[in-house]
Design a protein around this ligand. Structure first.
Ligand code: ATP
Length: 235
């Protein structure tokens, strides 16, 4: 692998006295899509929060574009080129769809993603652009969250629980949009409960179990039995 875009070096994460991640090593090349899987509480969200600066770590434990970013704040990480689509969307309820989308562009990075490009990707958002974000369905709100992340023109996009709680028809349209997002050279990390969906769009997978990487490899080299064992911790 050439110099990775993202490199985690023995990443630890704590909530007070509780340790949620233990020495996670991970590399992600530019243009790659990887899946992060694992049971509830395995540490997937904590991993995303650590990379995106919502949890602070030792600087060297997270390297992006060759720079240590583990100790940066979330806004600094966003300026560096990492965008998070958080679990639960986290839109601003008092703002319209378009105002929520525009928040992404306050980072001020140049790139292919604009309001028009997001509206091309998810045409329903253009129809609803002046409505409060709370008036949208959960799936449409997820589209806003993805659009807002794209509007920052990141080099790396992190999807946390991309389809959790959404109707199958919406999940389908989000997964149909993914290749369009990735084809422009975007690098992505996908946390997903639906392992089949995650593996279908990813080249490599990392499975977390109780805060540790229990399995990693190329999707085509890994069997279902290995995933089940890594996921549930059975031998
Ligand atoms: P899920 O699929 O349920 O979202 P996850 O794999 O994303 O799970 P995390 O949310 O990262 O897991 O949680 C990892 C561990 O850290 C769990 O044991 C969880 O209880 C704990 N944890 C998460 N957030 C906090 C917090 N704010 N304070 C204390 N412990 C936390």
């Amino acid at each position: 692998m050439s110099e990775p875009l993202l490199k985690l070096n023995g990443l630890d994460a704590h909530y007070g006295d509780f340790q949620a991640l233990f020495g996670v090593d991970l590399e992600l090349a530019k243009g790659e899509v990887i899946a992060i899987i694992g049971a509830n509480g395995a540490g997937k969200t904590t991993l995303m929060r650590s990379i995106s600066g919502l949890l602070r770590n030792a600087a060297q434990q997270v390297q992006f574009n060759g720079h240590p970013i583990g100790a940066l704040r979330a806004d600094q990480v966003a300026y560096a080129g990492i965008a998070l689509v958080p679990e639960g969307r986290q839109l601003f309820p008092s703002l319209s769809v378009e105002e929520n989308l525009r928040l992404g562009s306050t980072v001020g990075r140049a790139g292919p993603w604009s309001l028009d490009a997001v509206y091309d990707l998810f045409p329903i958002l253009k129809e609803r652009r002046n409505q409060p974000s709370t008036s949208l369905s959960g799936g449409q709100q997820q589209m806003v969250a993805i659009g807002r992340a794209l509007m920052s023109n990141p080099d790396l996009i992190l999807f946390d629980e991309i389809s959790l709680g959404l109707a199958p028809v919406i999940i389908k349209s989000i997964y149909e949009a993914l290749p369009n997002i990735i084809s422009g050279g975007m690098t992505a990390m996908i946390v997903e409960q639906d392992i089949t969906k995650a593996l279908a769009v990813s080249s490599r997978v990392y499975c977390l179990q109780e805060g540790r990487v229990s399995l990693t490899g190329r999707v085509e080299d890994i069997t279902r039995d290995q995933i089940t064992a890594a996921y549930f911790g059975v031998d």
